[in-house]
Design a protein around this ligand. Structure first.
Ligand code: AMP
Length: 125
């Protein structure tokens, strides 16, 4: 079910549980600000999720409340993940679903990194 991006943060959402080590993830990167892991249901040959360590529901929540250090750290982490995976030359797509119309399902900010094939038009018809 899509979530409302204005809802309060739910400490028991699935990505909060991954951050606490209560659920497994196929981690590809971790630092002070971010964790990156393979999506459990990949939509491209390479499909990684990058999440901030802090408790933020969505891109909206993060961009409004996160500190400058958290924002810089998270954005840099997304770039590091893409570079580490060798994606700069072939190219990749970033996506951050936010709220109901976007069909965001997990209420903890996550940036999708898609790569590994020609990704086609930006949006489905
Ligand atoms: P969104 O629709 O933007 O909220 O995307 C949520 C993403 O989280 C989907 O692509 C799911 O496949 C992915 N996902 C859900 N649970 C897990 C999990 N335990 N580990 C990795 N990815 C997950």
């Amino acid at each position: 079910m899509p979530i409302d991006a204005t809802q309060p943060y739910d400490d028991n959402n699935i990505f909060a549980r991954i951050l606490r080590g209560e659920l497994p993830s196929k981690t590809v990167f971790e630092d002070e600000f971010a964790l990156a892991f393979h999506d459990i249901n990949p939509q491209a040959p390479l499909h990684i999720l990058v999440i901030p360590k802090g408790a933020y529901v969505s891109w909206d929540d993060f961009s409004a409340r996160a500190s400058d250090a958290e924002i810089a750290g998270f954005i840099r982490a997304v770039g590091i993940v893409a570079r580490d995976q060798g994606l700069v030359a072939p190219g990749y797509r970033l996506l951050a679903n936010t709220g109901l119309d976007s069909h965001q399902e997990v209420p903890h900010l996550h940036v999708h990194v898609f790569a590994g094939r020609k990704l086609g038009p930006l949006l489905a018809p």
